[in-house]
Ligand binder design. Sequence first.
Ligand code: KG4
Ligand code: ZN
Length: 347
Amino acid sequence: MNVLGIETSCDETAAAVVADGGTVLSSAVFSQVPLHRPHGGVVPEIASRQHVEHLPRMLDEAMAQSGLEWSHLQAVAVTYGPGLASSLLVGLSAAKALALRLNIPLIGINHLEAHLYSVFLARNAPRYADACPLVALIVSGGHTCLVRVDAPGQYRRLGQTIDDAAGEAFDKGAKLLGLEYPGGPVIDHISALGDAGRIAFPRTRVLKADFADGLSPALCFSFSGLKTSLLYYLRDHPEAVREPVLKDVAAGYQEAIVDVLVRGAQRALQRERVQTLVVAGGVSLNRRLRSRLLDMAAGLKVSVLLPASSYCVDNAAMVAGLAGIGQGITGEAAWSLDACPNLEIGG
Ligand code: KG4
Ligand code: ZN
């Protein structure tokens, strides 16, 4: 089945064609990052207008690269949440119009489930169903959660952040350090030269008292205290925004984020007794996080599935891929889908 995927949940305008859930025929992504950078973060009004302007071009590019005709498509899949409401609506409206015009099914896809699926787009990856049961750590700019997956579509949320997402912690930390948006790649880069042990930043533990959702506090994350401690450190050490100290501050800050993510993932794997860890979302690009997770998992004899770098950040191949294996909202329910900015994964 050839599926056209559309992704406009945040600041990437993307379209892709994927055959049978796993063969990526094309993946076109327009990154709006340079347009949001001067504002230090994503500006929703700019994002939605950019989607309106660039989505037609991404659709043409995805179709041209795929070598297919419009008539060769069998479904249109689109992210309907979570994300920015006004951005999601652009993709959703375009997808409905296209599916109607082509007279083919519309499939609504959860962005977090699509991120998770991104690891199965790799050529040597196992089939999704064969890799289950598994634990997934989804780490992006807007979300950070641990999910147990018993089969495709059967998700149980184990833990999540109670304040900032991991990507947000990178982005806000970088802003305090005077570094450009998005902060994750910059901190990743600078930290490689730094001494992570020189400045000790806090590793916040989530207590029962912080939490009302019935999830296990031991599998939850909190990053807002870390950001505040960086703020106080810089107030007391203003020279730390410059070298030679900057790289050590960045490395120490990154290590604190990575530590709590690795600790959470380890606890989840031990509790759930599964043999596979999936790591996905923009922060899964982080080199230190990758290597620490691989070491931890090797110690537990657990295998780790990571996305190819082009599928870590938002893209439409993961959307079309997941729809191609029969997941997502279909039928009449898809036609009445509205944008769901707060959509979750695993209830
Ligand atoms: O998944 P994504 O493209 O968008 C959301 O769905 O939110 O993730 C974007 C996030 C940003 O916060 C960015 O700083 C972070 O991913 N990121 C990284 C790295 N590359 C991107 N964080 C840490 N290290 C990286 N190398
Ligand atoms: Zn994302």
